[in-house]
Ligand binder design. Structure first.
Ligand SMILES: *[C@@H]1O[C@H](CO)[C@@H](O)[C@H](O)[C@H]1NC(C)=O
Ligand SMILES: *[C@@H]1O[C@H](CO)[C@@H](O)[C@H](O)[C@H]1NC(C)=O
Ligand SMILES: *[C@@H]1O[C@H](CO)[C@@H](O)[C@H](O)[C@H]1NC(C)=O
Length: 300
């Protein structure tokens, strides 16, 4: 993939909505990918669009939400949707690339819950478009963490969760476990002096209930912090403690080893390194691109 996959990033648009995204916290993947591909150092980037196998739309969904959506009191999701649609209108008028593939060799990357919504308003326009999202019932989300070191296996908290009461799964979790048992620490909002990363690090099990969306960065966070994950069906939330206590030390150690093997796929490096999260994003776009028959490249 590194030898052959080449990407060209559209130059149109101004920061902060384009060419610049969040570089920290849970939505940072869009910012880092934009920055990586536009840095001039990425092995994937090319200077001329005719050398490219895929075209990147350097749009930051989070910045659109912050700068174009939130400042208004009448919250129309169309405001968010129109920014991306207008961008595509602009580049598809100016260049031949979008039209020749109907967007099938074009991609956007975002981890925000609302990113899928951008295309929901114009399903035809985005029929072939490649969207790299965190909401695809898989867990590509990433929260870079300084706390992710191998050393500490002192997990004095049995199970831990802190987060908003979004969605019915969390409501159930709170109704059964919030404030109930010391070994199971379920918080809605973390009281001020407590440190989220540190608590996760100290926890044997990090609970990752769905929010409004299926995927949650917590799955990835727990891989990074705890190197461990177990799936518990929603209906079994009341038996959470019993299920987790039923996992033996040997099983726990074994699963921890297995998760360590995939940990590098969730690590953020700048510049990106083979097999890390940014390369995995590029790899998923590459696979999608390979599965599409497109008009031959001009010079290929
Ligand atoms: C691409 O298609 C759109 C819609 O049909 C059209 O307005 C635009 O001019 C086309 N772009 C190019 C470069 O021909
Ligand atoms: C994604 O999750 C939703 C909600 O749990 C579920 O209804 C849907 O079937 C899932 N989709 C896939 C492809 O697994
Ligand atoms: C483990 O962490 C707890 C809570 O932070 C602390 O009180 C305890 O001393 C630690 N134990 C070891 C062996 O580091």
């Amino acid at each position: 993939m590194e030898k052959r996959f080449r990407v060209w990033t559209y130059k149109e648009g101004e920061p902060p909505l384009f060419h610049k995204g969040p570089m920290a916290d849970i939505y940072c993947i869009e910012g880092h990918l934009i920055d990586e591909l536009e840095s001039g150092n990425s092995p994937f980037s090319v200077r001329h669009p005719d050398e490219a196998l895929a075209f990147f739309l350097p749009v930051s969904i989070l910045n659109i939400i912050v700068f174009v959506y939130r400042p208004y009191t009448n919250f129309f999701r169309s405001r968010l949707q129109n920014v991306v649609k207008d961008y595509i209108d602009t580049v598809s008028t100016k260049y031949p690339y979008w039209n020749r593939s109907s967007g099938a060799d074009h991609f956007l990357v975002s981890c925000h819950d609302w990113a899928p919504d951008v295309s929901a308003a114009h399903p035809d326009l985005y029929k072939h478009f490649i969207r790299v999202l965190c909401n695809a019932n898989s867990s590509e989300g990433f929260k870079p963490s300084e706390g992710c070191r191998e050393a500490s296996y002192n997990r004095s908290i049995f199970a831990f969760f802190a987060g908003g009461a979004h969605g019915y799964v969390r409501k159930q979790l709170f109704s059964f476990w919030k404030g109930k048992a010391d070994e199971i620490q379920v918080h809605e909002y973390l009281p001020k002096p407590l440190n989220y990363a540190q608590l996760m690090h100290q926890s044997k099990f990090c609970l990752c209930p769905s929010g409004h969306e299926v995927a949650s960065p917590r799955v990835v966070e727990s891989i990074v912090f705890s190197k461990f994950s177990v799936h518990i069906p929603v209906a079994k939330i009341p038996q959470l403690k019993k299920i987790l206590q039923g996992i033996s030390e040997d099983e726990y150690t074994e699963m921890q080893k297995q998760v360590l093997q995939v940990q590098r796929h969730f690590s953020l490096n700048r510049p990106a390194k083979p097999y890390d999260i940014l390369h995995m994003v590029m790899h998923s776009v590459w696979l999608r691109r390979l599965n599409r028959r497109l008009p031959p490249l001009h010079n290929a």
